[in-house]
Design a protein around this ligand. Structure first.
Ligand SMILES: Nc1ncnc2c1ncn2[C@@H]1O[C@H](COP(=O)(O)OP(=O)(O)O)[C@@H](O)[C@H]1O
Ligand SMILES: [Mg+2]
Length: 231
């Protein structure tokens, strides 16, 4: 579904991603691990067309999307959940979710909202709450669900558990497990290797702007848990 080959990305004159290759098949959940400054966010932003890539290729569903405009990439079903929890604090949970379905016709949007709230009971009970009054973990669930309103074919999620309590982290992973179980293809950037490798079947480890390790989750756990770049 997604095929990245020898991708390099620079900010100005400084190259920060070097020769990155990765692939994601339909229905996979793939972990993108690595410490701060490894290049995870830059890679997700390059896939979404938010930073230009100066060499290599990014193919999605057999079309070359490298350096397409970000709105064209969204229209093909690649939806990114950026770092940080950007909710509309003054709107209700339900209103936040409806914003995520802005591209749908009103009836389809309602249908999608009802379907998602049925599948995500943790959110259903919060639907009338003002989003600004929710905990960080609850806000993260809203942001995930808002992205699902756009009916993603590929969901890119950037460090959704950063700064959350252990209980909230569990809720986020439970929700992601439901989302993946319902058929969404996911690329999950995380520093929590242990939980990510329980959820995902495969992963890549980045450091210094390169992929330094890849494999199925069992291999990555055996090879790398405890190594500096996974802690
Ligand atoms: N807007 C930017 N301008 C210049 N350098 C940046 C910018 N954003 C990130 N970088 C640099 O790119 C590298 C990769 O950062 P990033 O992709 O944010 O890593 P991660 O998400 O893994 O923490 C880092 O060295 C960081 O300092
Ligand atoms: Mg980042």
């Amino acid at each position: 579904m997604l095929d990245i080959a020898q991708l390099s990305v620079s900010y100005g004159k400084i190259e920060v991603l070097h020769d990155v290759s990765m692939h994601i098949a339909h229905n996979e959940c793939v972990a993108l691990l690595g410490p701060n400054n490894a290049g995870k966010t830059t890679l997700l932003r390059a896939i979404s067309g938010l930073v230009p890539a100066h060499s290599g290729s990014i193919r999605f569903a057999d079309a070359d999307i490298r350096n397409q405009r970000s709105d064209q990439i969204v229209a093909q079903g690649i939806i990114q959940i950026p770092e940080g929890r950007h909710i509309f604090a003054g709107l209700s949970v339900e209103e936040n979710l409806l914003v995520g379905g802005a591209r749908l016709k009103p009836r389809a949007r309602r249908r999608q909202l009802d379907k998602l709230l049925d599948a995500l009971p943790l959110l259903a009970e919060l639907r009338a709450r003002r989003a600004g009054t929710l905990s960080g973990g609850q806000q993260q669930l809203v942001v995930i669900c808002r992205a699902l309103m756009a009916e993603p074919r590929l969901l890119l999620i950037d460090e959704p558990t950063l700064g959350l309590s252990p209980v909230a982290i569990d809720d986020v992973f439970t929700t992601l497990r439901n989302v993946h179980g319902a058929g969404t293809t996911i690329l999950l950037s995380e520093q929590n290797a242990e939980l990510s490798l329980e959820l995902c079947s495969r992963g890549y480890v980045m450091a210094g702007g390169r992929i330094v390790l890849e494999g199925d989750s069992a291999q990555l756990k055996a090879a790398a848990l405890g190594e500096v770049y996974l802690t």
